[in-house]
Design a protein around this ligand. Structure first.
Ligand code: NAD
Length: 424
């Protein structure tokens, strides 16, 4: 069994035991409802057929249809897909969504494929999973190496398969089978920024509980991709001081708040964030300097936001972390050992299942608009997201203050309580 699956299952077992649940209830929470494995046969550009192994794992649908992305990667494995499906059940329940957890994946490197091959693989996958997905059964979305275009291909294929037997209105609803679609094909405004924006909403909810002024918070963000960039930009627009950012090649830090948009423009030009401290207006930061990713994590800031990779805060560097608040925007950036160590030292760590649930929350809003035949403004989506995130935070905070354990334990407890309450 791989480490990610072991950790996900152990956290459920540990939490279930702490809640006093019976062993059969815990076992049922650990075991997925269904593991679907397929062999796809696809014609390549050279005219030869190639076989691909693909999965769709449906973990638990007590709260509603399974929800979770589809990953294209050479390292996809059944264990990895199962771990991610399990964590989606927890994340959807934490965010208060009427969804269970699912995940899909195909083992291959999409970077070695032509666009035509990618389209044929995507459509063959849909033919394999067509009978087990649908707006009220299982709702996939993009994940690593999949995007809106791939969701559109998949939806086109699903419509083709169902065209003869479905009425026009039901065909229209079929759109809700996939989220993360391009906006002009039924996607929602606000999805691109949603994970970062949701993280900022959670951070603000936490600061308000701690009675801290956000304008006084110094924040360091590791990772300047979809999640890190939008977190930094939205947090900065809303008054927090972003004093350090980085990408895979290193980062920059300054005494005053950094200009996130200027750094993004500079990154686009130079291909990296490091060295962007002295470009245009960013030169105003007299103390600005280059830092490594390791140094960023150890800065004397109030809030640390790992938004790139897993396991970056671990037993090697946990003693050097100075931030009193960590927002886990990446999946699993704080190792189990470091989480326990830092929590015991009084560091508040908002777990990934809560911190980065803004993406799936807006996926739910896309699904909801498709089901009702509505199209919302970006402002409405953003406002709803903030409301959903602060509600999600509130219940976990209540459990946390009552039990005095950790925010992670409180999040898993809240999720498990919601899932078992709806057990069939
Ligand atoms: P991305 O590919 O857009 O960006 C990743 C960023 O991390 C890039 O800026 C890259 O340069 C940087 N990076 C890579 N290696 C690094 C290193 N060693 N040190 C510092 N930075 C490094 O990915 P993303 O969509 O922003 O996702 C980031 C994390 O958030 C992942 O763990 C992902 O699973 C998680 N996540 C993403 C979403 C989403 O909606 N995109 C939702 C939930 C969780």
């Amino acid at each position: 069994m791989n480490d990610m699956l072991k950790t996900a299952q152990n956290t459920i077992i540990k939490t279930g035991k702490a809640m006093g649940l019976a062993q059969d209830v815990i076992d049922r929470l650990v075991q997925p409802d269904g593991i679907h494995e397929f062999t796809l046969q696809v014609k390549m550009d050279n005219g030869k057929n190639k076989l691909f192994t693909a999965f769709r794992i449906q973990h638990n649908d007590n709260l509603g249809p399974y929800k979770g992305g589809i990953r294209f990667h050479p390292n996809v494995s059944r264990d990895e897909v199962q771990a991610l499906a399990t964590l989606m059940s927890i994340k959807c329940a934490v965010a208060g969504l009427p969804y269970g957890g699912g995940k899909g994946g195909i083992i291959f490197n999409p970077k070695e494929m032509s666009e035509g091959e990618l389209e044929r693989i995507s459509k063959e996958y849909v033919r394999a999973i067509a009978s087990i997905i649908g707006p009220t059964k299982d709702v996939p979305a993009p994940d690593v190496n999949t995007n809106g275009q791939i969701m559109k291909w998949m939806l086109d294929e699903l419509i083709k398969i169902n065209k003869k037997q479905l009425k026009k209105a039901d065909l229209e609803k079929l759109k809700a089978t996939f989220t993360g679609k391009p906006v002009k094909f039924g996607g929602t405004l606000g999805r691109t920024e949603a994970t970062g924006r949701g993280g900022v909403a959670i951070t603000e909810a936490l600061l308000s509980k701690l009675k801290k002024e956000k304008s006084e918070m110094k924040v360091a963000v590791q990772g300047f991709g979809n999640v890190g960039y939008y977190f930094a930009k939205i947090a900065s627009d809303r008054g927090m001081k972003i004093v350090a950012v980085s990408d895979s090649k290193g980062g920059v830090t300054g005494e005053k708040s950094l200009d996130i948009e200027k750094i993004m423009n500079c990154k686009k030009e130079k291909g990296e964030v490091a060295g962007c401290y002295c470009v245009g207006g960013v030169c105003d930061i007299q103390q600005g300097k280059k830092i490594t990713n390791g140094e960023l994590l150890e800065l004397p800031v109030d809030i640390l936001v790992p938004a790139a990779l897993e396991n970056v805060i671990n037993k090697e560097n946990m003693h050097k972390i100075q931030a009193r608040i960590i927002i886990e925007m990446a999946n699993g950036p704080v190792s189990e050992e470091a989480y326990d160590y830092l929590t015991k030292k009084g560091v508040l760590i908002v777990p990934d299942v809560l911190a980065n649930s803004g993406g799936v929350a807006v996926s739910y809003l896309e699904w909801f608009q498709n089901m009702k035949g509505q199209v919302w403004s970006e402002e409405k989506v953003n406002k709803k997201l903030f409301g959903m995130m602060s509600d999600a935070f509130e219940e976990i905070w209540q459990t946390y203050t009552k039990e005095k354990s950790s925010l992670k334990q409180a999040a898993f407890e809240t999720a498990i309580r919601r899932i078992i309450r709806k057990a069939k």
